[in-house]
Ligand binder design. Structure first.
Ligand code: HEM
Length: 415
């Protein structure tokens, strides 16, 4: 067990909280992470319709709120003054600055503002457009490899996982040979089914690994994101913070995009109209991707928020110190967004959604993700127009309780 895990568990225990018990949270508290196939469980719709801001039953004296309405979700995510992202609200204050694992998702201003400013220049359309040919090459190489297979191919293994992992290796400037370590570390952390201890263990393992990468780059900065930050702002950021930033990019950008790629492919396989449109009509690709982002909302809940003060949302008073879970999948099905938002409609052009969050912590990689998705889906269906599921949809295994929803495997016949 390494320093971050030890630190979190020790602090949690000091405060009388046993995080390993998160694995046995009452079902009602895990409800926003559960699905029935691609759709959230019906309880989430009911919660949003009846009480879009509601208290969930949890032990350890925590007050935990579920926010599942669209406007209410925006009210929480857009109010960084009243709501903090700092995990220390749950597990206590760090005793030394060097113990801060860094990363954007758990930081508040001014630290968040400073760290986010370091990353922003790497995510402008101009900088991202440099990655476009590389993304197309990565996608085509994967399709070439798949084409060589005789029997069914697992789209998760062969398509959905390698594409974002290779894109992030390129973005960060991390050696390609290290991609297997990336995939393992990124997937393990989101899986609360193995208990929060296992998840925190994976986070610290990943941070330590990235710390090594950062130290190498410090000696010899490359052209990727890490090298560029070191060259341009090396004095403003220490190694641990930079490793935290890289870790946020890796985990923020890897499993999310991988899940979109596999679940999106499943939607294409089950919706012949969308399959044909994406295959034949370039114009249909962007709206298809937006509707998919909305419908699948693979990041099911935002990072936990903690109320800094008493604050009213949706007619409920959230007390200072209470923890708030914003259900993005619930909010994206709210009927303020349009009609029949519970279902996927391949002809819809969704005006707005919260699949990338909202406010100060809105996904920094949204445009990169769109680039990957808009490149990968049409390339897949154009290369394999006869592609179909190799198993009955009932035989697919979906993640059970995971912040990022996903399917474990997706066997297809290509011809
Ligand atoms: C389809 C793919 C993606 C989805 C659905 C997604 C979703 C999200 C969401 C919902 C948030 C906000 C969470 C919150 O407010 O608590 C977020 C934040 C973030 N995402 Fe993404 N993301 C995706 C791809 C990416 C990519 C490709 C990258 C980078 C390469 C990335 C990096 C980040 C980072 C660093 C944050 C934290 C931002 C902050 O706290 O200021 N994401 N993402």
């Amino acid at each position: 067990m390494s320093w971050v895990t030890r630190r979190y568990l020790a602090r949690a225990q000091k405060k009388g909280l046993d995080l390993s018990k998160l694995a046995i949270l009452p079902d009602a508290a895990l409800m926003p992470l559960k699905r029935d196939g691609l759709d959230p469980v019906p309880e989430l719709d009911r919660a949003r319709e009846q009480t879009p801001v509601t208290k969930l039953p949890v032990p350890f004296g925590l007050n935990l709120w579920l926010v599942s309405g669209y406007e209410e979700a925006k009210a929480v995510l857009g109010d960084a003054k009243s709501f903090s992202n700092d995990f220390e609200h749950l597990v206590g204050k760090a005793e030394g600055a060097d113990e801060n694992p860094g990363g954007l998702g758990f930081a508040d201003p001014p630290v968040h503002t400073r760290l986010r400013r370091l990353l922003t220049p790497e995510f402008t359309m101009r900088r991202l457009s440099r990655l476009k040919p590389g993304i197309e090459e990565i996608v085509n190489e994967r399709l070439d490899l798949m084409a060589k297979a005789d029997g069914p191919v697992d789209l998760v293994e062969e398509f959905a996982l390698p594409i974002p992992s290779l894109v992030i290796c390129e973005l960060l400037g991390v050696p390609y040979e290290e991609r297997d370590a990336f995939q393992h570390l990124a997937v393990a952390r989101f899986d609360l089914f193995g208990g929060a201890g296992a998840s925190l263990g994976a986070i610290s393992e990943s941070l330590e690994y990235l710390l090594g990468v950062v130290r190498e780059q410090r000696k010899n900065p490359g052209d990727g994101l890490l090298g560029m930050i070191i060259k341009e702002h090396g004095d403003e950021v220490d190694d641990r913070e930079l490793a935290g930033l890289a870790d946020g990019v890796l985990t923020g950008g890897f499993e999310t995009t991988a899940s979109m790629l596999s679940l999106g492919a499943l939607v294409l396989l089950q919706d012949p109209g969308s399959f044909a449109r994406v295959r034949d009509d370039d114009e249909s690709v962007s709206p298809f991707v937006e509707e998919l982002l909305r419908y699948l909302t693979v990041v099911q809940v935002a990072f936990p928020r903690f109320a800094r003060e008493d604050v009213e949302v949706g007619g409920q008073t959230i007390k200072q110190g209470d923890m708030v879970v914003v259900s993005l999948s619930g909010a994206n099905r709210d009927d303020v967004l349009g009609q029949a938002m519970g279902g996927f409609d391949g002809t819809r052009v969704p005006a707005k959604h919260l699949a990338f969050g909202y406010g100060a912590h809105r996904c920094i990689g949204a445009e990169l993700a769109r680039m990957e998705l808009r490149s990968a889906y049409p390339a897949l269906v154009r290369r394999f127009p006869q592609m179909r599921l190799a198993v009955n949809p009932d035989e697919l295994t979906f993640r059970k309780v995971s912040i990022v929803y996903g399917v474990e495997n997706l066997p297809v016949t290509l011809r």
